[in-house]
Design a protein around this ligand. Structure first.
Ligand code: GLU
Length: 502
C-alpha cells in the first residue's frame, strides 16, 4: 500500500441545505477510505450556491457531524468558527468562488459552447405542457440556440437578461465506472441544452461542480448513484472546458427496510439523531462502511477505521442497493461498547445520564466511580449509550413507583406476593453491610423459595420489580448490591405498602 499518492484526490461536496444525512456520511466515508487506502487526498468543499436553502446551522451540523465521526478532511474549510481554509486550492466554499465560475462561463460563451437564452418562464412552461400532451420527455426546444448577434442585441436592448445555456452535443457519452463498469448514455436523453448560469448570474450545480472538481484537481468523483444521470452532463462540461475527465464511481443507494430509497419518513436519516441516541462513532463508521461494501471475509464484522482502510477496495463496492438495517447497527454498537476502555465508556455515558437528570428523569447524577463500578453488570446490556438510563436509572431515583400489575408474578396472586416480599425482606434484613454481596444474598433466597414451594423465578421477579420498578434489569443480586441494603429494604417496605390495599 503506497503511503502517498498525489495522483488520487477525492472529495465530498455537501450542500448545507439540510442536516448531515446518513447517505452523505456514507459517501464521505467511502471517499476517505479510498483516499487513505491508496495514500491520496480527501477534500471537503461546501456547495452553498443554493442560497435560499443553505443555512449556517446546517453547515455546522455537517462539519461537526463529519468531525465527530472522525471523517477528517485534508483540505477544506477550517473547523473553528470562521476558521481559515486549509489546502492549496482555496476557497473551499462555492459562494466565495463566484469569479471562477464567471470566468469559465465567459470562456464557454466566447467559444459558442454555451449561449444566452432569453426564453421566459411562460414560454418554457408552455413547451413543457406541449411535450407532456404529446407524451414526449421534457426537453429544451432550442428556441435561443441559433440567435444571431443582432437578435440577441434586440433582446438585450429590451432589458432582457439571458441565462447561459450549455450546448449538448449529439452522440453517446460513456465512462468506465469504478462500481458500475461501462456506462453509456445517449445525450438525446439529457433534456436538451441545459442552463448553467441563471439570468441573475447565479451559477448552477452542474456547472460549479465541474469547474471546482477541475480547479481542485479531483481525480476520482465517488458519489451516490442518484448522480448517474448528471454524470454525462458533467463529462460534456469537462470536455468543453478543456479539462481532463476524472474517474467516476457511483455508490449504490441506501434503502429503507422495505426496499424503497432511504427517506426521512421511513428511516432515521440525520447523523445527529444517531449520535443523540448514543450510537458510538466507531459503530456508525463500521456500519456505514458495510452499506454497499464488505471485506468479503466471513466473521469480519467488527472493524476499526484503520482495519477498514486496510481492507477497503472501491472496485468491490456492490451495484445493488444497500438496505439500512437498524438492528444490525444496534448489534454493532453493542459490540463497540464492549470494546471500550472502562474510563472511555464512563466518559461517553456521563452526558446521557446528565441529560436525563436535566430532563428531570433522575434525582441525582452518579459519580465516575459509581458508573465505573456498574460496568461489569451493564456493559453487555447496552445497545446504545442512552440505554444506561433505561437499564440503571432506578439506581439514581429517590423513589420508584412499582406498578402493582408488574409486582405480582404471573403464577402468583396478591396474597402470595405479599408473603413472598415479606419473607424476602426478612431474609435480606438478616445481612449486614459486610455480607451484602451477590453470592451471599442469593443462597438464602433460593432456600426460601424451595422451603415455601415457590419457583425461585417468581420470587425473584417480585423482588426485582419491588426494588427497581422494572421487569428487566441487570442480574438481580448485582442489582441489590448496587442499590445497597438500606435502599433495598426501604423499597421493599414501599412495595408492600403499594400492594397492602391493592
Ligand atoms: N452538492 C452535491 C450534493 O450534495 C454534490 C454532488 C456531487 O458529489 O457531485 O449532492
Amino acid at each position: 500500500m503506497p503511503t502517498t499518492n498525489p495522483a488520487v484526490r477525492v472529495r465530498i461536496a455537501p450542500s448545507p441545505t439540510g442536516p448531515l444525512h446518513i447517505g452523505t456520511a456514507r459517501t464521505a466515508l467511502f471517499n476517505l477510505l479510498h483516499a487513505r487506502h491508496v495514500g491520496g487526498t480527501f477534500v471537503l468543499r461546501l456547495e452553498d450556491t443554493d442560497v435560499a436553502r443553505s443555512t449556517e446551522a446546517h453547515e455546522r451540523d455537517i462539519l461537526d457531524g463529519l468531525h465527530w465521526l472522525g471523517i477528517a478532511w485534508d483540505e477544506g474549510p477550517g473547523m473553528g468558527p470562521g476558521g481559515d481554509d486549509v489546502g492549496p486550492y482555496p476557497p473551499y466554499r462555492q459562494m466565495r468562488r463566484l469569479s471562477t465560475y464567471a470566468e469559465a462561463a465567459r470562456r464557454l460563451l466566447e467559444a459558442d459552447l454555451a449561449y444566452p437564452c432569453y426564453c421566459t418562464p411562460e414560454e418554457l412552461e408552455a413547451d413543457r405542457r406541449a411535450q407532456e400532451a404529446a407524451r414526449q420527455a421534457p426537453r429544451y426546444v432550442g428556441r435561443c440556440a441559433a440567435l444571431t448577434p443582432e437578435e440577441r442585441a434586440v433582446r438585450e436592448g429590451e432589458g432582457r437578461r439571458g441565462a447561459l445555456r450549455f450546448r449538448v452535443r449529439p452522440g453517446i457519452v460513456a465512462w468506465d465506472d469504478l462500481v458500475r463498469d461501462r456506462v453509456e448514455i445517449d445525450t438525446a436523453n439529457l433534456g436538451g441544452d441545459f442552463v448553467i448560469v441563471r439570468a441573475d448570474g447565479t451559477p448552477l450545480y452542474h456547472f460549479t461542480v465541474v469547474v471546482d472538481d477541475a480547479a481542485m484537481a479531483i481525480s476520482h468523483v465517488i458519489r451516490g448513484e442518484d448522480h448517474i444521470s448528471n454524470t454525462p452532463k458533467h463529462i460534456l462540461l469537462f470536455e468543453a472546458l478543456g479539462h481532463d475527465v476524472p474517474v467516476f464511481g457511483h455508490l449504490p443507494l441506501i434503502l429503507n427496510p422495505d426496499g424503497t430509497k432511504m427517506s426521512k419518513r421511513k428511516s432515521q436519516t440525520a447523523v445527529a439523531d444517531y449520535r443523540a441516541q448514543g450510537f458510538l462513532r466507531e459503530a456508525l463508521v463500521n456500519y456505514l462502511a458495510f452499506l454497499g461494501w464488505s471485506p468479503g471475509v466471513e466473521g469480519e464484522d467488527v472493524l476499526s477505521f484503520d482495519e477498514l482502510v486496510e481492507r477497503f477496495d472501491i472496485t468491490k463496492v456492490q451495484k445493488g442497493g444497500a438496505k439500512f438495517d437498524r438492528a444490525r447497527l444496534e448489534w454493532l454498537n453493542g459490540q463497540w461498547i464492549r470494546r471500550l476502555e472502562d474510563m472511555d465508556l464512563v466518559d461517553r455515558l456521563r452526558p446521557f445520564v446528565v441529560a436525563a437528570h436535566d430532563r428531570g428523569e433522575l434525582a441525582r447524577v452518579p459519580g465516575d466511580d459509581e458508573l465505573r463500578s456498574l460496568l461489569p453488570i451493564v456493559r453487555d446490556r447496552l445497545p446504545t449509550l442512552a440505554a444506561i438510563v433505561e437499564i440503571a436509572g432506578f439506581l439514581w431515583l429517590d423513589e420508584i413507583r412499582p406498578d402493582p400489575a408488574d409486582l405480582v408474578p404471573r403464577r402468583w396472586d396478591l396474597a402470595t406476593t405479599r408473603e413472598g416480599l415479606r419473607a424476602a425482606r426478612e431474609a435480606l434484613a438478616a445481612h449486614d453491610a459486610v455480607t451484602w454481596e451477590a453470592d451471599e444474598l442469593e443462597p438464602p433466597l433460593r432456600a426460601l423459595a424451595e422451603t415455601r414451594g415457590w419457583k425461585a423465578g417468581d420470587l425473584f421477579m417480585a423482588l426485582r420489580v419491588a426494588v427497581t420498578g422494572r421487569t428487566a434489569t441487570p442480574p438481580l443480586f448485582d442489582t441489590l448490591v448496587a442499590l445497597g441494603r438500606d435502599r433495598v429494604l426501604a423499597r421493599l417496605d414501599h412495595a408492600l405498602e403499594v400492594i397492602a390495599d391493592a
